[in-house]
Design a protein. Structure first.
Length: 297
């Protein structure tokens, strides 16, 4: 297997453009590591590569399930690894989902899942779920955002299925392995981050998404969005506006705030990984690709 090349970093940094440039030069294909680009129809809000780009360069792990489906990291890992192991061409991994990236390159085990248990928990109020989780694990709030219903439901799903409490899982061998950064495949990873320019790039992207039909996309998809898909940044906020609980202006302001928060979390995640080499950022993807290729020589 040839060495994998990975381009990672926060959202709106320009990863896709750099990956496209490198894939052209290397006659490579791209594996997307984006937790929401797996959903068909969620195109504008996830900044999915265009059909023209996908005709030019083959992309994997995009448009693989319907938006009502719950698609786990474990399923993503299994399918993505089959792409890696079956590929006869060079591959460029690109995206901002740190857990999905690591699920492709590092050995990971996954907590048990059961859609029926998850669905039953999802019918309960956040308050009752918080009470149950804190009763089972008084320190759960250290490891789980107790104000995020999706995360509380997932934590309780794991508990109900015998996978351990959040505190127990934080001290498992798997958690220790995550801190060690073992890898199953040879790869070189490069990080790109526009730093203080990021907020302006987020605003520019949102302006383009709005004029490109994001509201119409969410409106059309709304009846079909599953729990995970409807929680995506850019979709959950517009769904609130569609329901009359916010104006569109408020929704887009909230999208900007949440996108910047997401970018900060992604930045923190990737900066912890000592295998990633951060390159100077440029407005020109070609220039960043040149720097990466120079480093690879």
């Amino acid at each position: 297997m040839s060495e994998l090349l990975a381009i990672v970093g926060p959202t709106a940094a320009g990863k896709s453009s750099v990956a496209m440039e490198l894939a052209r030069r290397r006659q490579a294909e791209i594996i997307s590591v984006d937790s929401m680009q797996v959903y068909r129809g969620m195109d504008i809000g996830t900044a999915k590569p265009t059909q023209l780009q996908r005709r030019e360069i083959r992309h994997h792990m995009i448009d693989i399930v319907e938006p009502e489906v719950e698609y786990s990291v474990a399923e993503f890992s299994e399918r993505g690894r089959s792409v890696i192991e079956g590929s006869k061409v060079d591959l460029v991994i690109a995206g901002g989902s740190g857990l999905h990236f690591r699920s492709l390159v590092d050995p990971m085990s996954f907590a048990p899942t059961d859609p029926a248990v998850r669905s039953d928990l999802g019918t309960q109020s956040l308050e009752s779920l918080q009470v149950e989780l804190e009763k089972r694990d008084p320190d759960a709030g250290i490891h789980v955002d107790l104000h995020n219903k999706r995360r509380v439901v997932r934590a309780l799903e794991i508990v109900h299925l015998g996978g351990g409490t959040p505190s127990e899982r934080a001290h498992t061998e798997e958690a220790e392995r995550l801190r060690r950064y073992d890898s199953d495949y040879p790869f070189r990873a490069f990080g790109i981050d526009p730093g203080e320019r990021l907020s302006a790039r987020v605003d520019e992207r949102l302006t383009a998404m709005r004029s490109g039909g994001l509201v119409e996309e969410v409106t059309a998809l709304a009846p079909r969005l599953g729990r995970t898909a409807r929680a995506a940044v850019g979709y959950s906020e517009i769904l609130e506006a569609i329901a009359g609980r916010a104006t569109l202006e408020e929704a887009f302001s909230e999208i900007a705030r949440n996108t910047n928060k997401l970018a900060r979390r992604q930045r923190t995640w990737f900066q912890r990984d000592p295998r990633i080499r951060w390159i100077p950022w440029s407005e020109r993807p070609e220039e960043m690709a040149d720097r990466i290729e120079s480093d690879l020589r």
